[in-house]
Write a new protein. Structure first.
Length: 135
C-alpha cells in the first residue's frame, strides 16, 4: 500500500511539473528580467553568423548546422560565457533566430522528450502572429 501511495505521489509530481506556467507568471518574469531579455536579443542580432546559442550545447552558426563548442566554430569563448550567464539568469536553455531575419526567440519553458516536447518562447516578431487569442 505504501508503494502505491509513493508511486501516486511521484506521478502527481511529474504530472504537475509538466504543466506550463500561467500567462501571468510568464509576463511577470519577462517584465522583471526585461533588461536581460533585451541584452540577449541585442547580442544575437549583433552576432549575425550565429543562429542559436544553447547554454548546454554550444553555438550554432549559419555554417555549422548543429550546436558546437565555441572553439569549433571560431566563436569567442568570452562571448559564449556572457550568453550562458544571461541565459542562466533567466533560467533559459537557449536563445535563437526563428528565421533568417531579425526574429529572435528565447526559450522560457519546455517539457517533454525528443519529438514530444512542448515549448513556450518569448519572441520579437516582425509581424503579428496569426491565430491570436485574447489571452
Amino acid at each position: 500500500m505504501i508503494f502505491l501511495a509513493a508511486l501516486c505521489g511521484v506521478w502527481l509530481y511529474v504530472f504537475r511539473s509538466k504543466k506550463p506556467p500561467q500567462e501571468k507568471k510568464l509576463l511577470e518574469d519577462f517584465n522583471k528580467d526585461r533588461a536581460v531579455y533585451e541584452r540577449l536579443r541585442e547580442m544575437l542580432l549583433a552576432d549575425d553568423q550565429v543562429r542559436a546559442v544553447s547554454a548546454g550545447s554550444g553555438v550554432e552558426t549559419t555554417t555549422s548546422g548543429l550546436p558546437r563548442l565555441p572553439g569549433q566554430v571560431n566563436f569567442p569563448v568570452s562571448r559564449y560565457s556572457e550568453y550562458r550567464l544571461l541565459l542562466q539568469e533567466i533560467n533559459s536553455p537557449e536563445v535563437f533566430r526563428r528565421s533568417e531575419n531579425d526574429e529572435v526567440c528565447i526559450c522560457v519553458w519546455a517539457s517533454g522528450f525528443a519529438g514530444d516536447t512542448r515549448h513556450i518562447n518569448s519572441c520579437w516578431l516582425d509581424r503579428a502572429p496569426v491565430n491570436q487569442v485574447a489571452s
